[in-house]
Design a protein around this ligand. Sequence first.
Ligand code: ADP
Ligand code: ZN
Length: 606
Amino acid sequence: MQNILKTYFGYSEFRPHQKEIITNIIEKKDTLVLMPTGGGKSLCYQIPALMMEGTAIVISPLISLMKDQVEALQANGISARALNSMNTETENASVRMECLQGKVKLLYISPERLISETNYLLRDIKISLFAIDEAHCISQWGHDFRPEYTQLDILRKQFPKVPIVALTATADKITRQDIIKQLKMNEPEVFISSFDRPNLSLDVKKGYQQKEKIRIIKRFIEKHSNESGIIYCMSRKTTEKVAELLYDEGLDTAVYHAGLSNSEREKAQDDFINDRVQIVCATVAFGMGIDKSNVRWVIHYNLPKSIESFYQEIGRAGRDGMKSETILFYSLGDMIQLSKFAEESNQKEINIEKLNRMQQYAESDICRRRILLNYFGETMEHDCGNCDVCRNPPQRFDGTIIIQKALSAIARTNQQVATGTLIEILRGNFTQEITENEYDKIKTFGAGRDIPSRHWQNYLLQMLNMGYIEIAYNENNHIKITESGAKVLFGKQNAELVVIKEDEFTQHQIKKNTVSTNSIQIKKNAYGDHDNEDSLFETLRLLRLKLAEQEAIPPYIVMSDSTLQSLCDKRPTNIEELNDISGFSEYKKKKYGRDFVNEIKRYING
Ligand code: ADP
Ligand code: ZN
């Protein structure tokens, strides 16, 4: 087992549970594997497939995922094939032939195809195991239900002796039970890994408007040049707008949403996977079926509608286990929009509750990772040290007067304005709406001139969360004062606000010469901490890109970022020394070893 791990995959150690899972499978026992994205599920059935006699049949819902897995296995010299509708009939015929000749160790197949082959190909070959990837697709409770998956109970009936391994990153109990029941699994051993992804940093940025968000994103990307990242936006329109604004700033991005044609979407995805474009502005439609392991950051330009979606989306960063960054922008406008969607949706109560939990996460003043894991039913005993709250705990001050100013302005407009106008009133701006309605005559006009608009946005969001105001979604989003708000307004109760922190990006502008602790943190990413290593990494990254282009496969399949980093750290100058490099399998050593070693030597000598 250990040998195969080293020879075929180039790794020296198993991750938690992998060894036990593999042992269970080679003893021909049914197995259910719950592991987060990037946890290392594939090895759990790939190693048994290599150890056992016959062909392992891997059922996978998406052709793009299959293609990726097959390419990754082939890049390690393992005979893997796929049978699906993307292949030509001739290709499929030759794959079937190779299977019949016993030459294929892993056969990837779509569920429809599998059903139609049970009495043909599958009957005629020796099958070592069935692996069912994305097994939650079988459950109607899950978020990716696929009717084809419900027919998979045929496997247990027709092949009672072949072990079934089901794998998923969706952990909830109902889905888990559904998988076992529907696949008719035989008293399976269940392995549940922690869903923590400690390599992902968590950062929430609150109350920024479009212009500032773009500026922050631009600065962030400048610090992360040559890294791949995704910007998730709430709407199709926003993806295009953000792409346009970043383009004006000199940044090239792809756009991906469901309103584009198939070929436009495919091109965007393909360019991203192959490192031809580094950034994608996308709606939630983007990501299913993308296994790209070197996504280094994910930014949420808008608040997601639930923690499930949020976790799934940030999970697309750092699959290779290397340090990756995530940023969530959270604004009053998003809250208003999402609450409205939730109010008007079919499952109103559930959606409002989900949004509330998302909001609690964004508002949290305790370690954010604790909140996330807690949501998924796991408890964490310590703070993570890798979220903005841990790095920079929030401080509070007596905000009674500020809150009273806002509430008083709301009261004096007879609660007939939305947040934008309220801020104009507080700041004392003479807009058309203000003069027409004579809001410039009210006592609190200009009473909050000393506080910038962005901070007012932030304070109003805090007031909303503390329940001092509510938004009347059915009344042009006008702000209403609640009962507890009235108590503060009339001086019966004091209230605290959280101090607004200037983050490293806005600070950068103010004091150019001082480096904040945050920016040091940000620098320590996959691409090295030191300048000279940065450039060795960059040299090797370009070599990887060239090799990938020659073979027409994605760069991360030639070599992962963590393998490149390991090369930078250890700087092997002969083939022997590549044994110490994690991810350099025997096959890759033969194929690429010389290229990389020569490049490192050139770098050291030059
Ligand atoms: P998922 O659980 O999302 O299917 P993968 O199987 O794609 O995750 O694994 C994620 C990454 O972790 C891959 O790059 C894989 O090669 C790597 N990996 C898996 N097991 C190990 C291990 N024991 N040591 C080092 N890297 C590993
Ligand atoms: Zn934390």
